[in-house]
Write a protein that binds this ligand. Structure first.
Ligand code: ARG
Ligand code: GLU
Length: 655
């Protein structure tokens, strides 16, 4: 009896859905959460968040590019997102003569707004539960998994085809939720003429650089401004000077009332991927194998890039975007690994699984956690090799080019690539078991006394490079990836049952579907946190903190002279810059609007705190915080640094 009581108490501690702000909810089902949201301060209705009958907040939110979020802030298609989301486009328009990364960019009129071939934004037209249509004709007793999969595919294609019939930029997809226990159809309208309107200099938009990335206190002015253009009928159109600014169904009002500790907030955006319900063995693998190894490999790559970037402004521009991309995950993994360890997530999950199995005894879920363990045990070595390929072979641009893939010559600097080749091929050779290497690699490697010698040969002889690329890419795509996929599919299948089991095991818990880049709402409130004994971080940072960090000697902290001058004029000490809140977010939420109780824009989400980056696997309400840029800092920068007041005139400031 005592044991049971203890177990129940433990369970309650660990897994009862906290008053916590864990969760990323589907807008179309937000009515299930609305009472909770309202109890926490929200003043609007579910229809204000999502409606197919009237303009709602969803009509002001877009998937920006392939992995960020953006929001409409004027009736003329003006869009805000993060500086780091616009970064690669800003970089593409930059050269040593016109260095928009360094100096910022402000279009002085519509004609100066810069087109970005390939950049699209997607508005969600509607989303709906199509589970029964997707599984129509499914006979569990008579069909195996392949047959089920084929049926799901066929039915989904039909739904998609019907959904996009109208044309006009409509795109649709059917997404599996809860590992395929539920299916949703998402219908989007995609606009493909999106122009760059403004960006602060990197010394503001990327202030703090990699040093402050994933950290609090934070002072990054992480925003950039774009405009969506449409044909005369307001429908998507290819770039043309005849296009006109898109007129959105809804644009966000900007609030000047700011973010105070305790204020209700919600984030509306496209979180990319989470794995909240996974087995302890995956968490252990991430913490003990995957994160540490990937971190080490990237440390080496970053050192190589940095050495050359520090020597030349031209190389800095060429590699800035690549460097930021490599550094970003590198740093996140470090926080994640630490967070998982510190919070003993593996042990907590193991304990949970044990309780689950006790409950499952004699029923259809009995032994499922053991099966998951075995599946991971089978996949881990292959997955490790797969990740090694990703981090080494795929990181060498020479091999990439020789495989026929594109590398922008404008952003290629051979000395970096040669050194990367030597370091990454060395790491690959040592780190990957021979059974996961193509024969060609092993025999060829034996011909050279060291990696540098081999590198010289590969860079001197195009046909050698081609052979090597063919062998490595061939093995990767034809052998490794299919193996990983097969094992991962088996794991997903088991999760489909496990997920059902979890829902029966904890019937009163609300299970949100893992993130999958579909539109979600996360809600919480402005709050600081305590990362360690005796430390409490306040939730709001100010311009004063930028001046404290300012140092012309340190690249990441060297602010523009104009900002120093403005500050010296006085009156700006308390200008808010960034703030923390408890909203559950992840990669892809970058650029997401963060809204107040009235649904007005108070900021743009752009990051999470270091101690909470394990939230993709385990959300701890004490530690997990999202970081947003205060919209009032955006207005301040547009006015004082960009002198682009005409943009402010377009926006609607609410209170
Ligand atoms: N950590 C943020 C995110 O995951 C910002 C990344 C861009 N900034 C950077 N310093 N690399 O996207
Ligand atoms: N910066 C991230 C992004 O690009 C958001 C931060 C996070 O992962 O929470 O989406």
């Amino acid at each position: 009896m005592k044991r049971i009581l203890l177990a129940v108490a433990l369970l309650a501690l660990l897994f009862i859905p906290a008053k916590a702000d864990e969760g990323m909810w589907l807008p179309a089902l937000i009515s299930q959460r609305i009472e909770d949201m309202q109890a926490k301060g929200f003043k609007l209705s579910s229809e204000d968040i999502y409606s197919v009958n009237q303009a709602s907040l969803k009509d002001a939110v877009v998937l920006f590019g392939s992995g960020c979020t953006g929001e409409l802030v004027s009736d003329e298609g003006l869009l805000l997102t993060n500086h780091h989301c616009g970064y690669s486009y800003i970089q593409k328009h930059s050269s040593v003569e016109h260095d928009y990364l360094k100096d910022g960019f402000w279009a002085l009129n519509r004609a100066q707004e810069l087109p970005n071939p390939g950049l699209t934004v997607r508005f969600l037209e509607r989303m709906e539960d199509v589970t029964s249509a997707v599984l129509k004709g499914y006979k569990p007793a008579k069909m195996n998994e392949q047959q089920r999969e084929a049926l799901v595919k066929k039915n989904s294609e039909k739904l998609i085809e019907a959904a996009v019939k109208e044309g006009n930029g409509l795109k649709a997809s059917v997404e599996a939720l809860y590992y395929g226990n539920q299916y949703f159809l998402f219908v989007f309208r995609e606009y493909r003429d999106v122009r760059l309107v403004g960006a602060p200099p990197s010394s503001i938009g990327k202030f703090g650089g990699e040093t402050d990335n994933w950290m609090w206190p934070r002072h990054t002015g992480d925003f950039s401004i774009f405009r969506i253009y449409a044909g005369a009928d307001n429908m998507p159109a290819d770039y043309s000077t005849d296009n006109v600014p898109y007129r959105p169904k809804k644009s966000l009002k900007i609030s000047r009332s700011g973010a105070q500790e305790g204020d209700f907030t919600f984030v509306y955006g496209c979180p990319g991927s989470t794995q909240e319900y996974v087995h302890s063995e995956l968490v252990r693998f991430v913490q003990d194998v995957s994160d540490p190894e990937k971190i080490a490999l990237r440390t080496t790559r970053l050192q190589i890039m940095k050495k050359y970037m520090d020597q030349s402004q031209a190389v800095r521009i060429q590699y800035s975007s690549k460097y930021a991309g490599v550094a970003n995950a590198w740093k996140k993994w470090q926080g994640e690994e630490k967070g998982l360890r510190k919070n003993k997530v593996v042990a907590a999950k193991q304990e949970y699984e044990q309780h689950f199995e006790e409950w499952a005894l004699g029923g259809r879920y009995e032994g499922i956690t053991g099966r998951l363990y075995n599946l991971y045990a089978a996949r881990n070595p292959i997955y490790r090799a797969y990740e090694y390929y990703n981090e080494t072979v795929l990181a060498v641009e020479k091999i990439r080019m020789a495989s026929g893939r594109n590398v922008d010559p404008k952003d290629y600097y051979q000395p970096i690539d040669e050194e990367t080749f030597v370091a990454m091929m060395e790491a690959f050779d040592k780190g990957v078991e021979d059974i996961y290497k193509p024969e060609y690699f092993i025999s060829q490697r034996a011909l050279y006394s060291d990696m540098t010698e081999w590198k010289d040969a590969v860079f001197a002889d195009e046909s050698q490079a081609k052979d090597l690329a063919e062998a490595l890419y061939g093995y990767y795509f034809n052998v490794l990836v299919p193996q990983v996929r097969e094992l991962s599919n088996a794991i997903t299948l088991t999760y489909r049952d496990y997920m059902q089991g979890l829902m029966e095991f904890e019937p009163s818990r609300d299970f949100f579907p893992d993130a999958n880049l579909t539109l979600r709402v996360a809600y919480g409130h402005v709050q600081g946190y305590s990362p360690a004994d005796a430390i409490y971080y306040q939730p709001v940072s100010t311009l004063k903190g930028i001046i404290e960090k300012d140092n012309p000697e340190i690249f990441d902290y060297n602010i523009p002279q104009t900002l120093r001058d403005i500050y010296a004029r006085g009156g700006y000490e308390n200008q808010p810059v960034c703030f923390l809140a408890t909203n559950h977010t992840t990669g892809g939420n970058s650029g997401s609007p963060i809204l107040n109780a009235n649904g007005n824009l108070i900021g743009i989400n752009f990051d999470r705190v270091w101690e909470g980056t394990m939230s993709d696997l385990f959300f701890d309400p004490q530690l997990c915080r999202n970081i947003s840029l205060d919209v009032r800092y955006i207005l301040f920068i547009i006015k004082e640094i960009g002198h682009a007041n005409y943009l402010l005139d377009e926006m609607q400031v609410a209170d």
